[in-house]
Design a protein around this ligand. Structure first.
Ligand code: PGA
Length: 250
């Protein structure tokens, strides 16, 4: 019905030699038929990782970001069309580190999504609340506003190219994972929002990943929840042993 996905977000880690070794190991994993693996690599490695993956089924490469303008005087930035031109078909947008450290707004995220969908690319859209919002029990309102601001202008047809990653900021890189129940509660809430805005058929086809300290020990319990369709994995995606165990957790 919808794809199970384990996406590795390498962030700003690994040398090319380390990345090459990791990918060579990943392509030898026994990946369950029902699982797609996506590797979100740093820009300089995208082409070589894509080449290494070759025609390996169920493994794909993604960029971690793109710019919200099509082209122009934006020194150091990378456009959607540049990514497309080197064979990249998927980009992570709205990661909380970019929202926080690079002041990326919902409006910028929305613009990036529009450019990516116009280029017929796939989007991993990240959302999630900071700790103080969770402590004040405001997470549903906070996350639903992120969807309204960046996604809900899309047609149901366009939504097919969106993967949602729910990543509570307090769980990212902290070792503090949301419990499987907390993850399920938010994922069900998100799917209900999609049902209300679009239809239950459309909502049932959107993969919703959980991110935030996913590891080989907690992945199985998280992925066993009905609305958790996989994970966006940071730290634990950098080593083939933990990443392969996470992939095998479905
Ligand atoms: P983490 O990162 O698994 O290291 O918490 C997840 C993410 O930021 O995507």
């Amino acid at each position: 019905m919808r794809r199970n996905i384990v996406a590795g977000n390498w962030k700003m880690n690994l040398s090319l030699v380390q990345a090459t070794k990791l990918v060579s190991e990943i392509i030898n994993f026994e990946i369950p038929d029902k699982v797609d693996v996506i590797l979100a690599c740093p820009f300089p490695y995208l082409m070589s990782v894509n080449e290494l993956i070759g025609k390996k089924e169920n493994v794909f490469v993604a960029a971690q970001n793109c710019h919200y303008e099509e082209s122009g005087a934006f020194t150091g930035e990378v456009s959607v069309n540049m990514l497309k031109s080197i064979g990249i078909n998927c980009v992570v947008v709205g990661h909380s580190e970019r929202r926080t450290l690079n002041n990326e707004s919902d409006e910028m995220v929305k613009t990036k999504i529009d450019l990516l969908l116009a280029a017929e690319m796939e989007v991993i859209f990240c959302c999630g609340e900071p700790l103080e919002i969770r402590e004040a029990k405001g997470q549903n309102g906070y996350v639903s506003q992120q969807l309204v601001d960046s996604l809900f202008h899309l047609s149901g047809e366009k939504l097919k190219n969106i993967i949602i990653a729910y990543e509570p900021i307090w769980a990212i890189g902290t070792g503090l994972t949301a419990s499987p129940e907390q993850a399920q509660e938010m994922h069900l809430f998100l799917r209900t929002l999609l049902t209300e805005k679009y239809s239950s058929e459309t909502a049932s086809k959107v993969s919703i990943l959980y991110g935030g300290s996913v590891n080989a020990r907690n992945a199985q319990q998280l992925f066993s929840k009905p609305d958790v369709d996989g994970g966006l994995v940071g730290g634990a995606s950098l080593e083939s042993e933990s990443f392969s165990q996470i992939i095998a957790s479905f």
